[in-house]
Design a protein around this ligand. Structure first.
Ligand code: GDD
Ligand code: MN
Length: 364
């Protein structure tokens, strides 16, 4: 018999937190059949090993040990996808979310809510203790932004603490983005669209606690991925977040290119062809580094694969430039477009080409 509830705990370097968290969950969920699924991305601190040791002793604990991949959203998705329970919940490993409200969240879902969100901002819920002042401002801004997507029905769409019917998750999982930190927002926006109605969302307030042990993984990267998700959702998922980030990186490459070109040609007095070659190489390299850190943080290339990736990136970009120049020339010479439109069409062509082909050859 599958348990009633699977509690998914995504972890990255949370070794100190998991054993006491499991004990808190056992106390909170007494009388409910449940399992804990720890989804660890091969944390250097050995979280997965400890989780497996606990799993060997407790039949209601499992560990999914992912190797070669990083990412909070994709970890949550994989955990939920591995569940056979009627309901699934996601909770952070660091004890910031109050596990004591899980039974109430389960009740609300049984009463018919599509998604129940543990919320820091409704009623008694407070976020004062767990966050720094700047992080609170950022969090409020992100909340307002995402109201655009969810129709303002939610006071805490950024929450990483929620519960839903697994059948609903199964319906929408093929269309979830997998990128970044904001899995709940993605589930709601995708669910609304897939089911053709507004999901019934209930919030249960709780007090956000300070981290029990370890450090937060929130970063500038996470913020960029969040903005990418918003634009991607506004485009109704037609433009994937990674394409938007790839284009953004491409735009930064133009700036790098022009700066190096100016410096080499004007300041150092290289001839134009050599200056152009140098600028191209530098811009391709910064583009590669940024895409590896930002766009494909979840598939980041390291070691030997970093260098073969760089080579394949150079190669793809060379063909991309060829595509750019040919498309622009054809449009211009056939008098289909003036030189500005033809130039833009060529640039768009090469971004699409580079994006598609590097996804096949570089960041597989
Ligand atoms: N598997 C995996 N892979 N887990 C991850 C990764 C990853 O790449 N990055 C973070 N995690 C895990 C952490 O180990 C932790 O259990 C949980 O995800 C949340 O990460 P934190 O680093 O503690 O994030 P936070 O506290 O700054 O933000 C969290 O809480 C907010 C408030 O609910 C996130 O859940 C936010 O989405 C949420 O808004
Ligand atoms: Mn946290």
């Amino acid at each position: 018999m599958p348990p009633t509830l699977s509690v998914i705990v995504p972890t990255f370097n949370e070794r100190e937190n998991i054993a006491p968290l499991i004990e808190k969950l056992e106390a909170a969920l007494a009388g409910i059949t449940f399992e804990v699924i720890i989804v660890d991305d091969n944390s250097p601190d050995g979280t997965a090993d400890l989780a497996k040791q606990i799993a060997a002793q407790k039949s209601h604990v499992r560990c999914i040990h992912r190797i070669g991949r990083r990412g909070l959203s994709s970890a949550c998705i994989e955990g939920m996808a591995s569940s056979a329970a009627q309901f699934v919940a996601v909770i952070d490993a660091d004890h910031q979310h109050d596990e004591a409200i899980l039974p109430e969240m389960l009740e609300r879902a049984r009463d018919g809510a599509d998604i129940v969100v543990g919320s820091r901002y409704t009623g008694e819920g407070s976020s004062q203790d767990g966050f720094s002042a700047s992080r609170q401002k950022g969090s409020q801004l992100a909340t307002r932004l995402s109201g655009i997507l969810t129709g303002k029905a939610l006071s805490d769409p950024m929450s990483g603490f929620f519960l839903l019917r697994r059948s609903l998750f199964n319906q929408i999982v093929p269309r979830l983005s997998r990128e970044g930190f904001k899995i709940l927002l993605d589930i709601i926006a995708t669910g609304n669209r897939q089911l053709g109605r507004k999901l019934v969302i209930t919030e249960v307030p709780y007090t956000f606690r300070p981290r029990f042990a370890g450090e937060s993984k929130m970063s500038a990267l996470v913020v960029a991925q969040f903005l990418g998700l918003i634009v991607s959702q506004i485009s109704r998922g037609i433009l994937p977040t990674s394409f938007l980030l790839f284009s953004l990186v491409g735009a930064s490459g133009v700036v790098v290119h022009l700066s190096v070109l100016t410096l080499a040609f004007e300041v150092f007095g290289f001839n134009f062809a050599n200056s152009q070659l140098l600028a191209t190489l530098v811009a391709m390299t910064t583009n590669y580094l940024l895409n590896n850190e930002l766009t494909y943080a979840d598939k980041k290339l390291r070691g030997r694969r970093f260098w073969t990736g760089l080579l394949s990136f150079y190669l793809v970009c060379s063909f991309g430039t060829l595509a750019n120049v040919s498309v622009a020339s054809v449009l211009f010479e056939a008098h289909i477009a003036n030189f500005i439109i033809a130039g833009i069409a060529g640039a768009v062509m090469s971004v699409v080409f580079n994006y598609a082909v590097t996804r096949i050859f570089t960041w597989r």
